[in-house]
Structures are given as C-alpha cells and as structure tokens.
Ligand binder design. Structure first.
Ligand code: NAP
Ligand code: ZN
Ligand code: ZN
Length: 369
C-alpha cells in the first residue's frame, strides 16, 4: 500500500489508505450554510464500487444533521456532507465485485456498511445492526478516519453489498428519493401488512408523506392525508389519497375518530401525537417516521382505551430496499421532484422548513463543478 501522496492519490497519515479527491458541499458548523469543499474518498478496495453521483435527494434528515438538531442522540461531526438518496453510474469496480460493472447504473441509500453477522444483519435488517449500522454520513469511517461523508458530492465509494440496482427505464432523478423516502415508507407499510380494505392515514405531505401516499395506495389501501397546508389538497388526491383532512380543523379531525387501521406520521417538527392516536380504531397502530428534535408527550389514555399501539420504524434493510426499487420500477412509481443545482441547497433547506417542497428536492450533480 502506497504511503506517498501524489496529486491524484493521497494517503491518510493515520491508516495509509489510498484516497482521491472529490467535490462536495459541506456544512462546517451547525450554523454555517453549506458550501463547496474538497473531500477525500478511499480508492476502491476489491469489493468496492466507485460511483459517479448523478442525482442526490434532499431529505429532512440531512437538515436535522447539518444543523446538529439530533445532538442528544447522534451529535454531528463537522465538516458534515449530508445526502443519502444517491443515484449514479459505476465508474470503477474492485477486482472481486460481482454485481456491477463500469457503466452500470447504481444507487446508495442510508446505509454503507454493518457488521453482517449479528442477528439483525443476518435477517437483512442492517439498519438495526447490534454493532451499529454505518450510515452514509456522520457515522464512523473505519477506512479514512473521521465520519462518513454523504451524497452531496460528485463521487462515492461503497462496498457492493450496500449498492443497489436501478432500472434504466425510469427517470433517474425521480428514483433518487426512493433510496430514503421510498424505503422508509415502504418498510412499515409492508411490516404492518397494509393493503386492501384498510383505512390508512399519512400525516404530513413532504418527501416521506408523498411516497407514503403513493405506496399505500399502490398496496390498495384507502388513504387519508392529514396536512397543515390547505394548498396541498389537490396534489394529495392526484398522488393517490382518497380524502384530505386539515389537521388544524378539530371538527374535521373528529369525523375520523377511532376509524383508522394504521397511521404513518412523517412530521419533522413537534406536534400533538394524541390527536392522531385518537383516530386509531381498536388495535390500530400509529408508526412514527418523523424525528423531531424534541420529545413529545403521549397521554396513556390515547392508548389504553382501545388497546392502540404506538410504534416507530427506521429506513429499511438492503434486501428490502432492492425489493422496493423493483416494486417501484414494476409499478412505474418515482418521486415528484424539484430538480435544483447544488448552489441552491441553502435556499432549499429554508423552503423545507416552511413545508414548501413539491415534494422532494433533488440535486442535479452536473451543477457541481
Ligand atoms: P419534509 O419533506 O420536510 O416533510 C415534512 C412535512 O411535515 C411537511 O411537508 C409538513 O407537511 C409537515 N410539517 C412540518 N412542520 C410541521 C409542523 N410544525 N406541524 C405539523 N406538520 C408539520 O421532511 P421529510 O424529508 O419527509 O422527513 C420527515 C421527517 O422524517 C424528518 O423528521 C426526517 O428526519 C424523518 N425521517 C425519518 C426516517 C426514518 O427512518 N424514520 C427516514 C427519513 C426521514 P404538511 O405541509 O402536509 O403539513
Ligand atoms: Zn432520509
Ligand atoms: Zn450487525
């Protein structure tokens, strides 16, 4: 292994892993806007795939992380390069790679590694790895030191076991958000067996919410959107909802009391969970996907009277992510996106905070020069 840095190849002083330079957008602190930066990526090992990133979606988790809003659970290390909805083209493969060759389309979601041998990993639930899943950004990088750096970049290197296959028949920019918003909604809908004959609520119409509507309606459920934004009603119906409820209108909420089999809560900010728990029928389940900065109060009465359940779900494992991508390809499902150049990223973050996105921002990486 070479330890002599050259203009093209560098080496870490700590571990002497060969590396190259890539362009990226990074946050230097919780309060600084994202700005262009040069980062290091490891040269592909035998089992690695090097991907030229074409598109990367902007998830609200990117914003939570860039601004260190999850400091009590997962403090952010800076510089931070967010981005875990990655679609691109394979430019190099290691000698042992079997699934990919140069020129193939490929995708990377929220996970880039895990222990692969604990019970969770063996069940294909790498996101719950007992030794700690290695997320695409802000997780320990055992090769280069520091933390993993995400997809707001022109290049990434990932073990092929964590790289997904993508159909060449779909709009690639619209596929990118499936890698987080898609799998994060697909997985709980499958786990709780949502389908025909069920009344399903989706709370919040953003990136996750709009995929939740598309997927729950594709599975045959009767979907009701709860929104704080009256101007999203027509879009919700177009996306597959059968009804829209303005959650600030108590009379409208009351009409749905104790009637839902399942509710997916995708809200990114503090809000009253009890108002939604009260809409579940006996034995109904509400699953939290949204991860607001601060905890929320749950009244025992919201749960005990009808034996209701409050649950949570975290993204999905690699096998299920591939299953979801294949399902979306078969059913011609992609995200509804606003394509932006990377220079507009800080503006996009401000719009996310105002619930003003239709319905996922995706970065056109050709803009990163
Ligand atoms: P997003 O696009 O910003 O959508 C969030 C939506 O929540 C908004 O569009 C808005 O919908 C609603 N909302 C926002 N502020 C609200 C408030 N104060 N009160 C009520 N509703 C509000 O975000 P996203 O990318 O879909 O992510 C949503 C959340 O899920 C984030 O917290 C993110 O970190 C988390 N997440 C979790 C996982 C997981 O594995 N569990 C994976 C990805 C993301 P309306 O305008 O319709 O009200
Ligand atoms: Zn995400
Ligand atoms: Zn594991």
């Amino acid at each position: 292994m070479s330890t002599t840095p050259t203009t093209e190849k560098e080496a870490t002083s700590s571990q002497a892993v060969p590396a190259y330079s890539a362009r990226a957008y990074a946050a230097a602190s919780p309060t600084s806007p994202l700005a262009q930066a040069t980062i290091r990526r490891r040269e592909p090992r035998p089992q690695d795939v090097q991907i030229q990133i074409l598109y990367c979606g902007i998830c609200h988790s990117d914003l939570h992380t860039a601004r260190n809003e999850w400091k009590s659970v997962m403090p952010t290390e800076y510089p931070c390069v967010p981005g875990h909805e990655i679609v691109g083209r394979v430019v190099k493969t290691g000698s042992a790679v079997k699934k990919f060759k140069e020129g193939d389309l490929a995708a990377v979601g929220c996970l880039v590694d895990s222990c692969r041998s604990c019970p969770q990993c063996r069940e294909g639930l790498e996101q719950f790895c007992d030794l700690g899943a290695i997320f695409t950004y802000n997780a320990p990088d055992k090769f280069l030191g520091g933390v993993t750096l995400g997809g707001y970049s022109d290049s990434i290197v990932v073990d092929e076991a964590f790289v997904l296959r993508v159909s060449d028949k779909q709009n690639l920019a619209g596929v990118a958000p499936l890698l987080c918003a898609g799998i994060t909604t697909y997985s709980p809908l499958r786990h709780w067996k949502v389908g025909k004959g069920q009344k399903v609520g989706v709370v919040g119409l953003g990136g996750l919410g709009h995929m939740g509507i598309k997927l729950a309606s594709a599975f045959g459920a009767h979907v009701v959107l709860f929104t704080t934004s009256a101007n999203k009603t027509a879009d919700a119906m177009r996306l597959g909802a059968s009804e829209v409820v303005l959650s600030k209108n108590e009379a409208e909420m009351q009409k749905h009391a104790s009637s839902f089999d399942f509710i997916l809560d995708t809200v990114s900010a503090e809000h009253d969970l009890n108002a939604y728990l009260n809409l579940l029928k006996r034995d109904g389940t509400m699953t939290l996907l949204g991860a607001p900065e601060n905890p929320t109060l749950v009244s025992a009465f919201s749960l005990i009277f009808r034996r209701r359940q409050l649950a949570g779900s975290l993204i999905g494992g690699i096998k299920e992510t591939q299953e979801m991508l294949d399902f979306c390809a078969d059913h011609e499902i992609t995200a509804d996106i606003e394509l932006i150049p990377i220079q507009k990223i800080n503006e996009a973050y401000e719009r996310l905070l105002k619930s003003d996105v239709k319905y996922r921002f995706v970065i056109d990486m050709a803009s990163l020069k």
